[in-house]
Design a binder for this molecule. Structure first.
Ligand SMILES: Cc1ncc(COP(=O)(O)O)c(C=O)c1O
Length: 457
């Protein structure tokens, strides 16, 4: 990337070369490679290691004009594609009209509109109230806070492998990896963890349903007997589809059994829909795949239309009936974010986005399933446009192969495709905007397939 110098006289003046002009790519690349590691914490996976000049829909363009297909939807925030024109316009209008209003002092009309829209798409009719936050982490924590305060009980039940954010609170009850809790173990006092029924790694000889039963049994017979007395637990926070863990889809009987246990013991059932919600899994909400009514639902990411940060919690009267729950944050419920979310929900309904995700994702999964013939692919699985490709070094032992996953990831990026991939994980994910053109998705799958083949024996 070196050799072509940006004109010295411009560099001296400190000017930035317009992208696309001679020498500009080198100039930006140099700036990025020199200054990024100097100013920011850096690990060596982040990033696709490209210098993005612009984004649109399902595509990113780097400073050299190279095109990348974004299979991450920027970590499930751009469910309607990046820089959606209708959401952008409504957001800018709202910024011009309101600037910022803090909802603790000046509750505003956009927050009422977004509450109305959210309740109009609620997964179950028992949900009647709304709490607004800034992020998915804030929403997950907000839901837990409501469960603990409304129940008057100190403990929260969570499931191993789930992810709820990286704040100290969410780190305590989210358990994506012990690595993420390293140094923060002492803050985990209020969380009790049970196994998530991750069916690919179930004991040999069991069916998925039997494994679901086994996990419920372990929770009842072991955890509630030896670890936490059931009437000390205020709520169970559950990811109906655990995406960060690598697209884990639980058996139905487990989710229904958990609902039953929650009823029996007076726990609030919290569905964390921050990533699975808003159409990602082919239904508006992940929990809808299981015919279970949650008491609280945490929402984030795609809610702000990919342009504004917004988190929300939906709750029933019992969980949100108390008026003195201590939760919230200054910028939570920003008026322009509420407007962005309202328009996002309107577009999702108008364009039947969850249905599209189900159709396009179903077709993609059919093709991806064929990759299970490759030596490094242990399993592929998915719901809607959330598809996981589990990379293993040995199909018999199912040993996770993080190193190969990472090499495949970088090969994909070099080929112009960015799968969703996280440090120290062995699952590559396909989570593009739900609006991705089918031909573009096909092209991206071609790219992933050739990278997977290159590393297969
Ligand atoms: C299920 C779930 N909950 C909570 C969060 C945290 O959201 P955020 O990072 O936007 O705060 C995430 C993020 O990936 C998530 O997947």
């Amino acid at each position: 990337m070196t050799g072509r110098a940006f004109p010295a006289e411009m560099a001296k003046k400190g000017a930035r070369p317009p992208v696309g002009t001679k020498g500009a790519a080198d100039w930006y690349w140099k700036r990025y490679t020199e200054l990024y590691p100097k100013y920011f914490w850096a690990d060596d996976t982040k990033l696709a290691d490209i210098v993005v000049a612009s984004a649109k829909g399902s595509l990113l363009y780097d400073v050299e004009g190279k095109e990348y297909i974004d299979l991450t939807s920027q970590w499930a925030t751009n469910n309607l594609g990046n820089v959606h024109p209708e959401i952008l316009k409504a957001t800018v209008d709202a910024l011009e009209r309101y600037g910022f209003l803090i909802l603790f002092m000046n509750p505003h009309l956009p927050m009422i509109d977004v509450a109305e829209r959210l309740l109009s798409i609620r997964p179950s009719n028992n949900l009647t109230r709304v709490f607004l936050e800034l992020s998915g982490t804030g929403a997950a924590e907000g839901a837990v806070k409501h469960a603990i305060e409304a129940s008057g009980r100190p403990l929260i039940l969570s499931f191993m492998g789930q992810y709820h954010g990286l704040s100290i609170g969410a780190t305590a009850f989210g358990t994506l990896a012990s690595r993420m809790r390293r140094n923060w173990e002492a803050f985990s006092g209020g969380a009790v963890h049970a196994p998530y029924p991750m069916t690919y790694r179930k004991p040999k000889g069991m069916t998925d349903d039997q494994f679901g039963e086994w996990c419920l049994g372990f929770l009842e017979d072991q955890i509630l007997r030896y670890v936490a007395y059931p009437d000390r637990i205020g709520g169970a926070i559950f990811e109906p589809v655990a995406l960060e863990a690598g697209v884990w889809i639980p058996p139905k009987n487990f989710v229904r059994g958990l609902r039953k246990l929650a009823d029996e013991h007076g726990w609030f059932f919290i569905a964390d829909e921050v990533e699975a919600g808003l159409g990602r899994t082919g239904k508006m909400w992940g929990i809808e795949h299981f015919d279970v009514a949650p008491d609280l639902v945490s929402i984030g990411k795609a809610l702000g239309g990919g342009l504004m940060p917004l988190g929300a919690v939906l709750g029933n009267d019992r969980s949100m009936g108390k008026d003195d729950v201590v939760a919230g944050t200054t910028f939570g419920g920003h008026p322009a974010a509420c407007v962005a979310a309202t328009v996002t929900i309107d577009i999702m309904r108008r364009d039947r986005i969850p249905e599209r995700a189900a159709r396009v994702g179903g077709k993609a999964l059919k093709r991806v399933k064929e990759w299970e013939d490759l030596s490094i692919v242990g399993e592929t699985r998915g719901l809607g446009l959330a598809i996981g490709v589990e990379i293993v070094s040995d199909k018999g032992t199912k040993a996770r192969d993080n190193d190969t996953a990472r090499e495949v990831f970088f090969d994909c990026v070099r080929g112009g495709v960015i799968p969703l991939y996280d440090y120290e994980m062995n699952v590559l994910r396909i989570q593009p905007p739900l609006t991705i053109e089918e031909s573009l998705l096909d092209k991206a799958l071609d790219g992933m397939e050739s990278a997977l083949r290159k590393h297969s024996r």
